[in-house]
Design a binder for this molecule. Structure first.
Ligand code: ADP
Ligand code: MG
Length: 349
């Protein structure tokens, strides 16, 4: 939130477009065997041999998807990559390459873009993906970032949203609601800061959820874990908009219903305590808060012994006949139909 007045500011105009691209991408190297040619020609060249190629794109717009007043640019670069890798892992595939396209105004100095690319590079090295190209253009006002991720999987391993069967178990990774509650804390501190800029926020008690918002991790480890356990999900999706809307996607695409048990939804203690502080309901936040980037999948009941007791995986329900609908089974054992109250970018308030 505090701007460092002593930081150097090199205007983008001093480099020109080609100089800028070269400067930002100079430290990136490619390691994937499927990358034949990365940055530096008119197009990248890839060779996936006998594997299926998986591809996903996201567009992030300043003021809609991110707020630079509390989002450091390095984190933004990292998160922009995570959002996309998460989609690749949600197909039960391994991410291999990304492209990154940006539109920036001259309000951003070179140093700001260096930060952005440092985050992108950290994501690439941590997750073992190659950056193989992109595009750079100017914007009159805000910043735009579009990332495209590519991945590979053998045909039999691909997990679609459409494969869930009646009686399959519904499984979620990690815990839910953290990213949304982290955002609530950051928004509150932003308001406090507006009133009193000398007020340094103490975010320490909220470290876990603030990190869930600012530095999410895509669940590559789960794709590896499932392969090791020899569990092939019958369907899978990543949780970007909230549990409720993702469950409804699985139900709709698989033509099944679902019973989700409220008392099984995994919540971190920090989420529970912050919900109390904000007078919010933890279940509601898990159902409707977005950006957790966990994986939600279904497995055949016969595979239950393979995942039982794994601390990364929680069985939260099971799939039912379509006619029964998708329901939350509350702690009081009443049924409430699930609604898609997830974050929707076209929603008018
Ligand atoms: P073209 O004029 O054909 O669009 P560019 O000059 O935009 O070519 O790009 C030259 C090379 O740099 C290409 O390999 C392209 O993919 C890469 N590139 C351009 N912008 C970016 C960026 N923001 N991040 C990463 N690579 C980029
Ligand atoms: Mg170009």
């Amino acid at each position: 939130m505090l701007e460092d007045k002593n930081k150097e500011r090199t205007s983008l105009e001093t480099l020109g477009e080609f100089g800028l691209i070269e400067h930002l991408t100079q430290h990136f190297t490619t390691k994937q065997p499927t990358t034949i040619k990365g940055i530096g020609d008119d197009a990248a060249v890839l060779d996936f041999k006998k594997k299926k190629t998986v591809l996903s794109t996201d567009l992030l717009v300043e003021g809609v998807h991110f707020d630079l007043s509390y989002m450091p640019l390095k984190h933004l670069g990292y998160k922009a990559v995570m959002v996309n890798l998460s989609d690749i892992y949600a197909m039960n595939a391994m991410a291999t390459q990304i492209t990154v396209s940006i539109a920036v105004s001259n309000r951003f100095p070179l140093e700001a873009l260096e930060e952005l690319y440092a985050g992108i590079q950290l994501a690439c090295t941590t997750y073992g993906v190659d950056m193989i190209g992109g595009d750079t253009t100017s914007s009159k006002t805000g910043m735009l970032i579009s990332v495209t991720a590519l991945g590979e999987a053998s045909e039999e391993n691909l997990a679609y949203r459409s494969g869930a069967k009646e009686n399959d178990l519904l499984v979620v990774t990690g815990d839910l609601g953290g990213a949304y509650m982290g955002l609530q804390v950051l928004e509150r501190e932003k308001e406090v800061f507006k009133v009193n800029p000398n007020n340094q926020p103490d975010l320490e008690p909220y470290a876990y959820i603030v990190e869930r918002q600012l530095k999410p991790e895509a669940r590559k480890d789960i794709v590896e874990l499932l392969a090791k356990l020899k569990v092939k999900p019958t369907s899978m999706i990543d949780i970007s908009d909230g549990l409720s809307s993702e469950i409804l996607h699985l139900c709709k695409n698989s033509e099944v219903g679902c019973a989700l048990y409220e008392n099984k939804i995994p919540l971190d203690p920090t989420v529970i305590s912050t919900c109390e502080e904000f007078k919010m309901d933890g279940t509601m936040i898990a159902l409707s808060g977005g950006e957790d980037y966990e994986l939600l999948f279904t497995i055949d009941q016969a595979d239950f012994p393979k995942i039982k007791g794994n601390p990364n995986l929680t069985v939260i329900g099971h799939m039912t006949d379509k006619s029964q609908g998708a329901n939350l089974v509350t702690r009081a054992e009443t049924l409430i139909p699930l609604k898609a109250q997830g974050w929707n970018s076209f929603q008018t308030e």
